[in-house]
Design a protein around this ligand. Structure first.
Ligand code: SDX
Length: 436
C-alpha cells in the first residue's frame, strides 16, 4: 500500500488568532474525509485533543468499512450479510488477508495450509499445567498466545514477508486449538488433538466437546452456526483491540506478542467481554417483569449499570451483525429443540422495550453483536467464561490482517500520541526533613 492512498483535492483552513493554516483534506473510497494534521504541531505548536478517538482516524486501511448510521459492515467491500450467508470462515480469512475472494484452487490451498498448522508445540501443553484449573480462560489464552513467541522463532522476523504470512497462518490455525485447550483445562478433561479431515468449525467443536471414551460427530447445523459466528466477529475496523495490536506492532514487536496484547484489550466488558457480561445481565434480570427496573437503572446517571450488549461507538443504527446473530440464535435453539429459552425471551422483550424508550432512541442505542451471541454460545454448550475466548479466536484474523497491513505500509512509524498536560509545573525538590 502506498504511504497514503487518500486523495487531497481539498483543504481545511484553521485560524488561530491572526494566523491561518491550510490543512490537506484526504478522501477515501467511501466514508468521511479526513483532515491531515500530521504537520499541525510543527506549524502551530499545538496538538489536537480527542481522548476517546471519537473523531480521529488513526490510520489508512483497505480491509473493513463500517457505516454506523446506515448499519453497514463490509469486509474488503463485501457486505457481511453476503459473506455470512454464502461463504465459510476460512474464505473470509483469505479475503481479509489477501484482499480478494479466493478461487476454488486458492481456497483449497489456503484450507490445506491452515489445517496443517493446527497442532501446537507439545511443550505448550505443559505450559498450561502451570495454571490453576479455575483460571479464567482469557487469562490462559493471553498467556499462551504470548508464549507462542517462545516456540515459533522461525516466524517472528517481521521484516520477512514469508515469516509474516507463516505467523498469520499459524495464528489463525492454532487459536482454535489453544482456545479448546483452555476450555478442556478449566473442566479437568484431557486435551483433544485437531483432526485434519474436519472443517475448521467442526474441528474446534470436536476439540472442545469430544472425550477419549467415545466417538464425537459434530452436528453440521451447529458447526455452520459457529462458523458463521466466527465470520461475524472476524474484523471491525479500528476497534480498541485492533488499535492495540497496531500500536504494539508499530514498535516492531513480534506478531504473537501483538495478538496477545489485542486479546488482553478485548477482555474488557466494554469491548469483547460484553458477550459474557450481557448473558450475566440477562440472568440477573431473571424475568420479563423485572425489565422496567433494569431499564430505569440503565438510564440512571448515578447507577453504573448499563445494558450490556447495547450501544456502540460507531453503530448509531442496528449492528448488522446483531441481526444475523439473532437469526443464528433461533437456528441453534431450533436445532437443539430448545423451545423456550427464558433468557432469549428476556432479551427479545428487553430489546423491544428499549427500542421504544426515548433514552435509547435519542442516543441511538441498539443491540450490538454481543447482545444475542451469549445466548447462542451457551446453547452450543460453552460456559460464559469462554464467550470472549471465542470472540478472540474469530478476531485473530482481523488483528493479524490489520497488523500485516500496518507493517507493509511504507509510511509506517511507531505510534506515539502526545497529551494535554495538567499536572504540576516545574518545582524544586524538597528534602524530606523540610516537608510538612
Ligand atoms: C464491541 O468498537 C468496536 O467495533 C467494538 C466491537 C468490535 O466488533 O470490535 O463492535 C465489539 O465491543 C461491541 C460493544 C460491546 N460493549 C457493550 O455492549 C457494553 C455496553 N455498551 C456501552 O458500554 C457503550 O455503548 C460502548 C462502550 C459500546 C460505546 O460507548 P461510547 O461510544 O463511548 O458511548 P458513551 O459511553 O459515550 O455513551 C453515549 C451515551 C451516554 O449517555 P449520556 O452521557 O449521553 O447521557 O449513551 C449512554 C451513555 O451513558 N449509553 C448507555 C449504553 N451505552 C451508552 N446507556 C445504557 N446502556 C448502554 N449500554
Amino acid at each position: 500500500m502506498d504511504a497514503i492512498n487518500g486523495t487531497s483535492a481539498k483543504t481545511a483552513k484553521l485560524t488561530i488568532g491572526e494566523t491561518s493554516w491550510d490543512l490537506p483534506v484526504l478522501s477515501g473510497t467511501i466514508g468521511p474525509d479526513v483532515v491531515d494534521i500530521g504537520k499541525l504541531y510543527g506549524q502551530t505548536g499545538m496538538f489536537t485533543y480527542d481522548p476517546g478517538f471519537t473523531s480521529t482516524a488513526s490510520c489508512e486501511s483497505q480491509i473493513t468499512y463500517i457505516d454506523g448510521d446506515e448499519g453497514i459492515l463490509l469486509y474488503r467491500g463485501y457486505p457481511i450479510e453476503q459473506l455470512a450467508e454464502s461463504g465459510d470462515f476460512l474464505e473470509t480469512c483469505y479475503l481479509l488477508l489477501y484482499g480478494e475472494l479466493p478461487t476454488a484452487a486458492q481456497k483449497a490451498d489456503f484450507d490445506y495450509r491452515v489445517t496443517r498448522h493446527t497442532m501446537v508445540h507439545e511443550q505448550m501443553s505443559r505450559f498450561f499445567h502451570g495454571f490453576r484449573r479455575d483460571a479464567h480462560p482469557m487469562a490462559v489464552l493471553v498467556a499462551s498466545v504470548g508464549a507462542m513467541s517462545a516456540f515459533y522463532h522461525d516466524s517472528t522476523d517481521i521484516s520477512d514477508p514469508q515469516q509474516r504470512m507463516i505467523a498469520s497462518i499459524r495464528m489463525i490455525a492454532k487459536m482454535p486449538t489453544l482456545a479448546a485447550m483452555a476450555y478442556k483445562y478449566s473442566i479437568g478433561q484431557p486435551f483433544v488433538y485437531p483432526k485434519n479431515e474436519l472443517d475448521y468449525a467442526s474441528n474446534f467443536l470436536r476439540m472442545c466437546f469430544s472425550v477419549p471414551c467415545e466417538e464425537y460427530k459434530a452436528n453440521p447445523v451447529l458447526s455452520r452456526a459457529i462458523d458463521k459466528i466466527f465470520i461475524l466477529h472476524a474484523d471491525h475496523e479500528q476497534n480498541a483491540s485492533t488499535s492495540t495490536v497496531r500500536l504494539a506492532g508499530s514498535s516492531g514487536a513480534n506478531p504473537f506478542a501483538c495478538i496477545a496484547a489485542g486479546i488482553a484489550c478485548l477482555w474488557g466488558p466494554a469491548h469483547g467481554g460484553a458477550n459474557e457480561a450481557a448473558l450475566k445481565m440477562l440472568g440477573e434480570i431473571g424475568s420479563v417483569d423485572r425489565i422496567p427496573e433494569y431499564i430505569k437503572r440503565a438510564k440512571d446517571k448515578n447507577d453504573p449499570f448499563r445494558l450490556m450488549g447495547f450501544g456502540h461507538r460507531v453503530y448509531k443504527n442496528y449492528d448488522p451483525r446483531a441481526k444475523i446473530m439473532q437469526k443464528t440464535c433461533h437456528e441453534v435453539l431450533g436445532e437443539l429443540g430448545i423451545k423456550d429459552d427464558p433468557l432469549l425471551d428476556i432479551a427479545v422483550e428487553l430489546e423491544r422495550i428499549a427500542l421504544q424508550d426515548e433514552y435509547f432512541v435519542e442516543r441511538k442505542l441498539y443491540p450490538n453483536i454481543d447482545f444475542y451471541s451469549g445466548i447462542t454460545l451457551r446453547a452450543l454448550g460453552f460456559p460464559t467464561s469462554m464467550f470472549t475466548v471465542l470472540f478472540a479466536l474469530a478476531r485473530t484474523v482481523g488483528w493479524i490482517g490489520q497488523w500485516k497491513e500496518m507493517i507493509e505500509d511504507p509510511g509506517q512509524r511507531i505510534g506515539r500520541p502526545r497529551q494535554l498536560y495538567t499536572g504540576a509545573a516545574q518545582r524544586d525538590y524538597v528534602p524530606i526533613a523540610r516537608r510538612k
